[in-house]
Design a protein around this ligand. Structure first.
Ligand SMILES: [Fe+2]
Length: 489
């Protein structure tokens, strides 16, 4: 059991030293020897010692002082004191200073062996326990780090989701209702409410999600009003958070979230901050967009009325094409923000006619090839006008392609099938149907059935067959609706 142990023996009596050393070597130990304290410390400093056997009465150093010095250098070393003076005080002091055991001189080798066995066993047990506890500590640290990391990843994922949800808010949606939905989802709460701040500091209920009871008006303590509205900081009160929503530095309203007695209030607050701040940026962008859009529409409006004055047909035509295009898009489950673009593009799809000379635009008879080529330019003109407004770049492209054909024989680019924007393919069907079913100076209108038959005939050549199918469905639904009304009427 003590085989291979590194043992330091220190005694000022060379005979005792040799005797002990020989005995230990015989038992398979690696032995270092010192005749005094100085030699002992030098060895302890440079070699790993597992057990030190120290004479208590050294010439240069008190054996008891030597214990402390050796412990400093070898904290886990087992220490056995050899003492000739068996007074209790010395033994007690030696044990107090960290000796593991003591042996009286002359040394009884059997007892020495037993002592060394015991110390070795104790050391091994100590190290085994220490390793186990270190491993446990390590595991605990890893588990804590892992939990922390998980929490961070969850928070970041949630922030990413929040930002995506906020960016996906459509222009037609109530942004405050959306804020509350996102808040409920992000904070995992059942309900929340949005209050508008009144000039006198009162908070008036605007929306709740879901439609649960909240007080219509919120009366706050003066200090809370100050904190929320002037300082724009949140207020925690009675298991709920009030979080201010600011626009351009002004407190516009307050999100109210009942959070109960949850412990992760800090996380809830930081998520709420992300929701509210990204929504307020969204509101600012929306305001900017709306004012830009408004001015763009005004400009386009004057152009459109200029065309309408020249060509009365265009006005009603654009309205009908827009209505039918939207119905087709709805039937095809086109996303709502695409339908917003479609509404815009369809209502101005013939805007480029402003660049077509009256002699061609208003000509009662059939157009010559040259005149038709001039007329064809209107889709490119339309695109050119719209593309001056950066926010209408998408609509500009849709307008450019509204006379492309599914088989690639359209104009202006000869695009084919999916190369043509879907919204242009939709407008193409609605446009053609309206042109066929409207009286023109040079020809009579077709009936609806004739026009549908013609459009069906051209599915796959002029028109996208999927759009044609959706259009037929729209007409059938409309007919069913009409019949129902007549029947019920
Ligand atoms: Fe057109």
């Amino acid at each position: 059991m003590i085989e291979g142990k590194r043992i330091l023996v220190v005694d000022d009596d060379p005979d005792v030293l040799s005797l002990l050393s020989d005995f230990l070597v015989l038992n398979g130990c690696e032995v270092s020897k010192g005749l005094n304290g100085k030699q002992a410390l030098k060895i302890a400093e440079n070699h790993e010692i597992e057990i030190a056997i120290l004479d208590i009465g050294l010439p240069d150093m008190d054996g008891i002082a030597l214990i402390e010095e050796i412990r400093k250098r070898q904290p886990f070393c087992g220490i056995v004191m050899l003492t000739g003076r068996q007074d209790v005080e010395t033994v007690v002091e030696a044990m107090r200073r960290g000796a593991n055991d003591f042996l009286p001189k002359p040394v009884d080798f059997e007892r020495l062996l037993l002592t060394l066995f015991r110390i070795t066993f104790e050391r091994d047990t100590y190290f085994a326990r220490r390793d186990a506890s270190a491993e446990l500590d390590h595991k605990r640290t890893i588990a804590a780090l892992d939990a922390e990391l998980r929490k961070k990843v969850e928070e970041l994922t949630m922030m990413y989701r929040i930002s995506n949800s906020v960016n996906a808010i459509r222009i037609s949606e109530d942004i405050f209702e959306k804020i509350l939905k996102i808040t409920n989802d992000a904070l995992r709460v059942e309900r929340s409410a949005f209050y508008f701040v009144q000039e006198d500091g009162r908070l008036l209920l605007y929306r709740t999600v879901p439609k649960t009871c909240f007080e219509a008006e919120l009366r706050l303590k003066e200090e809370d009003v100050r904190r929320l509205i002037s300082q724009k900081r949140h207020v925690s009160r009675g298991g709920e958070i009030l979080f201010p929503l600011s626009l351009k530095g002004e407190c516009l309203g307050v999100v109210r979230v009942p959070i109960g007695k949850r412990k992760d209030i800090e996380t809830a607050l930081s998520l709420l901050k992300v929701v509210v701040e990204s929504c307020s940026i969204q509101i600012e962008n929306r305001m900017l967009y709306e004012s830009l859009f408004e001015s763009v529409l005004q400009t386009l409006g004057s152009l459109i009325s200029a065309i309408n004055k020249r060509d009365l047909y265009t006005e009603g035509h654009c309205l009908r094409v827009t209505e039918r295009s939207l119905a087709i898009a709805q039937n095809m489950a086109v996303p709502e923000h695409d339908r917003d673009s479609l509404r815009m593009a369809a209502s101005v799809h013939d805007l480029g006619k402003v660049g077509v000379p009256d002699s061609v635009l208003l000509k009662p008879g059939r157009l010559t090839e040259e005149e038709f080529n001039l007329m064809k330019n209107h889709s490119v003109y339309g695109e050119q006008i719209l593309s001056r407004f950066e926010i209408l770049s998408r609509e500009a492209r849709i307008v450019r392609s509204h006379h492309e054909r599914f088989d690639g024989r359209g104009y202006p680019d000869g695009l084919k099938a999916e190369e043509i924007p879907l919204l242009s393919r939709i407008i193409a069907v609605a446009d053609a149907f309206d042109a066929m079913t409207t009286d023109r100076p040079y020809r009579k209108a077709m009936t609806e059935q004739e026009a549908v038959r013609e459009i069906k005939r051209c599915a796959g050549t002029q028109f996208d067959p999927h759009v044609v199918a959706a259009f037929q469905q729209v007409l059938e639904d409309a007919r069913d609706g009409r019949e129902k009304r007549v029947f019920q009427g």
